[in-house]
Design a protein around this ligand. Structure first.
Ligand code: NAP
Length: 212
């Protein structure tokens, strides 16, 4: 599959390398190409470009930018370049404020998630929330003592979620589909929970598992 990754931070670089590892064609997009020089050196098969070029390149895209900039990054990428495509939304609505006793501050409320805001402005994009509730180091084929972890996903487009479920399978995850876009109100705050052991005890190697 041709995958466009929007972002130049750890999440974008690690997921982009994961897609390459699993045989996909990848273009990573940024406003600042020099930020990807080292990544390009380590991943010679990967391409780099602007947000708009990466969005146009991908049959599927990944949104991996700062939460406060997510809407702006999509505007720059261009709605027309992403309309009708699945977009994995890995972002979290983290506010520009310090955590309180290890608990991150969000700029959204429990009645409205960031992904709902994105879906409202870009109604032709098939957003699927995924990869937001685990640290970047554990995103691609994580090796955890407890076995295969669970990725909670949601989104309004069933075909897009099916594609993302296939990718998660390749990336070493089982998938728990929590329903439509509104479920992002519950999935985004899992990031807060995931980060607490990190901020309090410097423990960043874990993931969630849903047991039945
Ligand atoms: N770090 C993690 O382990 C982790 C885990 C799960 C989810 N997440 C979420 O994944 C997302 C990416 O996290 P990250 O740590 O990799 O990187 P980050 O530092 O949160 O974001 C960096 C990216 O945001 C873009 N950006 C910043 N301001 C912008 C603006 N005004 N307009 C357009 N783009 C802008 C940057 O664009 P340029 O490339 O042009 O500089 C860069 O690509 C975040 O939403 C984060 O909450 C992070």
């Amino acid at each position: 599959m041709k995958v466009g990754v929007l972002g130049s931070g750890d999440v974008a670089k690690i997921l982009a390398a994961g897609f390459l590892k699993h045989g996909h064609d990848v273009m990573v997009g940024t406003r600042t190409p020099s930020k990807l020089d080292e990544w390009k050196g380590k991943n010679p098969k990967g391409r780099t470009g602007s947000f708009a070029e990466a969005a146009e390149f991908g049959e599927l895209a990944v949104l991996a930018v700062k939460g406060t900039a997510a809407l702006e990054a999509l505007r720059v990428a261009g709605a027309a370049n992403l309309t009708g495509k699945p977009v994995i939304d890995a972002t979290n609505p983290i506010a520009d404020q310090a955590p309180v006793k290890g608990v991150l501050k969000f700029f959204t409320s429990l009645d409205e998630s960031l992904m709902e805001r994105l879906q409202r402005e870009f109604d032709g994009i098939q957003f699927v929330k995924a990869f937001n509730s685990v640290g970047s180091a554990c995103m691609v084929n994580p090796e955890l003592k407890g076995g295969r972890p669970t990725m909670f996903i949601c989104g309004d487009n069933e075909a897009a979620k099916k594609k993302v479920t296939g990718i998660l399978e390749q990336f070493g995850w089982e998938t728990a589909d929590m329903g439509g876009v509104e479920a992002a109100r519950a999935i985004e705050p899992l990031c807060m929970l995931w980060c607490i052991p990190g901020f309090l005890r410097n423990d960043w190697k874990h993931a969630f598992k849903l047991l039945a």
